[in-house]
Design a protein around this ligand. Structure first.
Ligand code: FES
Ligand code: FES
Length: 191
């Protein structure tokens, strides 16, 4: 059975007809040409397909496209903001998480990286909202130490084992978010 849906992907409204069994990942990659979400396992195990839907991270390989009718979906491609220069030219502006992954050399082959970056963006928002994790102790504001980052990013696997640099990248991005004005409740960062 086919049905027509409209999905807002990285700021663009995209209308398409999909088989109701089509996953969001296949719709993005095969139908819309949005290839930054990767198909690592297609079974909800690796996190390479992570996107934001309505601001929350979801595994697009486990999400049916029909459930995203009218949704706002953001992939790693959509995180970079476009800023216009005075002469009318457009220059890309990387998201702080993207910049942090570059600064910290937080990748090797790069296959998992779009999912890692999107997941980190969603995770930092969850953290700023005060959501606890399985390793959060006590009732005070948690610190984004190594254990917190590792637990909160545990849904994203890296076969190159670049974790030693991914964790500092997430912490750098968290610190950058804290330094910016009006970014929610603030983010405690600890080494
Ligand atoms: S491809 Fe979706 S979790 Fe691995
Ligand atoms: S950088 Fe290669 S899988 Fe993560």
């Amino acid at each position: 059975m086919n049905t027509e849906i409209t999905v807002h992907v990285d700021g663009a409204s995209r209308r398409l007809t999909v088989d109701t069994r089509t996953t969001l990942l296949d719709a993005l990659r095969e139908r819309l040409g949005v290839t930054s979400p990767k198909k690592g396992c297609d079974h909800g195990q690796c996190g390479a397909c992570t996107v934001l839907s309505g601001g929350q991270r979801v595994l697009s390989c486990l999400t049916l496209a029909v459930t995203q009718d009218g949704a706002q979906v953001v992939t790693a491609e959509g995180l970079a903001a476009e800023a216009a220069t005075a002469d009318g030219q457009h220059v890309g502006s990387l998201h702080p998480v993207q910049q942090a992954f570059i600064d910290c050399d937080a990748l090797q082959c790069g296959y998992c990286t779009p999912g890692q970056v999107v997941s980190a963006v969603g995770m930092l928002d969850e953290f700023a909202r005060g959501w606890p994790s399985a390793v959060t102790r006590g009732t005070g504001a948690p610190r984004l130490d190594r254990a917190e980052v590792a637990e909160r990013m545990s849904g994203n696997l890296c076969r190159c084992a670049a974790y030693v640099n991914i964790v500092p990248a997430v912490q750098q991005a968290a610190a950058a978010s804290t330094a910016r004005p009006s970014t929610g409740t603030g983010t405690g960062v600890a080494g």
